[in-house]
Design a protein. Sequence first.
Length: 286
Amino acid sequence: MKWSAIPELLRIHNAIFGSLTVLISGLLFTHDFYVLLWGVLAYIFLAAAGNVINDIYDLEVDKINRPHRPLPSGRISVKEAYIIYVTLVSGGLLASVISSFIIMNPLPFIVAAIFVGIGILYSAKLKILGFIGNITVGVSFSIGYIYGWIVTGMPFHMNRLFAVLLFFSTSTTLLIAREIIKGIEDIRGDAVRNVRTLARTCGVPFASKIAAIFLLLAIISYTSLLPLNVLSPAFIPFMILGDISAALAMYYVLKGETGARYASRYAKIGAFLGLVGFLVGVIFLV
């Protein structure tokens, strides 16, 4: 095993980036960083574990679509990947147990355990179902917003709780759109595992239209945060740029397979701007 390939296998930058979802919603309800720490760690460990198990199941597909990745390139064996996976899951569940003890509620552990189960189910079964798999990816990443509220003890503040729901819906719809777009990009490689993406089962034009609808829903959810007055005005520039990025993704995805690469890029930029906008809006909240 090449140890230098482990961060790539874990896609650790994505896991850390995604863990900001827990921090963002958590900061709306508490500034106790000890409480937030365990929620963030649980997300990082379990998200990284999900990436590992996904690559194990996707080995044959990645030999075509992404041969440079650690498993298809042989830098890490499947057996070694399973050991890494079990280690990560154990660490994530332990962090969730600590969160449960802090708030004296088993829900953090229950949600984390469900997250593990969904990760396995997605990689083994749901991914090849296409649209259902797309929804699973969107919800799995975005559940961190809900988890951040849970680990703080689930306080009830109407506007802030509604903001968390908008965080969740914005992220989920944008990621579902990007997964559909990736299905358009990977239409040939997905045939190897018979992944029933919208692009393969309903055609690229139909998949493009559905992706555009979800991008529009993301724009609506993102912009709807403004009248809540829950976030700092520092959020506004990111909101504008994020909406523009999502709109550009809509434009390119409607061009079909020729525009999918650009649509995916702009959707990714939009997701980044959205997350950073949420974080800035919370950090500079008076």
